[in-house]
Design a binder for this molecule. Structure first.
Ligand code: RP5
Length: 161
C-alpha cells in the first residue's frame, strides 16, 4: 500500500473517513491507523521512522487541537506528509489549522482545509501523487474530474433539485 492515513484519535475518524473514501473511489489501497503524538509518542516515532521501509509513498495525518501529529511525522520521514486539521469543539479547528500549517522553515507539511473538505482533498492529493507512477490511478482521477464537471453542467439551475 502506497498511502497511509493516520489520525490522533478514533474521534477523528468521522472526518478522516473522507480521505479513505476518496482513495477508495480512486482505486488506491491504503492503510488506516490511530497514532497519537501525545498519547502514543513512541508509536508515532516507530510509525514515522518505518513508513518508507513499509513501502508508503505518502502519508496523510489528521489531528485536532494542538495538532502535532503531521509535523512530527514529517520530521522523521522523507515521505511527503499531508496534514488535515480536524474541526475541534473548542475553537472550530482554527487551533488545528494553525498548529499544522505554521511549520517552521525546513520541515514541510502540505496542509489542507479544516474538516471534511480537507480530508477528502488530502485523499485526492495523495492519489495525484500516486498517479505520477500509476496509470490506473491517473485514469481514475481523469474520470473523477470529468464526472464532477458533468454533474455541475447537467444541473445548473439551483432552484431545481
Ligand atoms: C487530538 O485530540 C486528536 O487528533 C483529536 O482531534 C483531539 C481530541 O481527541 P479525543 O479526546 O477525542 O480522543 O489528539
Amino acid at each position: 500500500m502506497k498511502v497511509a492515513i493516520v489520525m490522533g484519535s478514533r474521534s477523528d475518524w468521522e472526518t478522516m473517513r473522507g480521505a479513505s473514501e476518496m482513495l477508495d473511489r480512486l482505486g488506491v489501497p491504503h492503510h488506516v491507523e490511530v497514532v497519537s503524538a501525545h498519547r502514543t509518542p513512541e508509536k508515532l516515532v516507530d510509525f514515522a521512522k518505518g513508513a518508507q521501509d513499509k513501502g508508503f509513498h505518502v502519508i496523510i495525518g489528521g489531528a485536532g487541537g494542538a495538532a502535532h501529529l503531521p509535523g512530527m511525522i514529517a520530521s522523521m520521514t522523507p515521505l511527503p506528509v499531508l496534514g488535515v486539521p480536524v474541526q475541534s469543539k473548542a475553537l472550530s479547528g482554527l487551533d488545528s489549522l494553525l498548529s499544522i500549517v505554521q511549520m517552521p522553515k525546513g520541515i514541510a507539511v502540505g496542509t489542507l482545509a479544516i474538516g471534511t473538505a480537507g480530508a477528502a482533498n488530502a485523499g485526492l492529493l495523495a492519489a495525484q501523487i500516486v498517479a505520477l507512477h500509476d496509470a490506473k490511478v491517473a485514469a481514475h482521477l481523469d474520470d473523477f474530474r470529468k464526472e464532477q464537471t458533468e454533474a455541475v453542467l447537467a444541473n445548473p439551475d439551483p432552484r431545481k433539485p
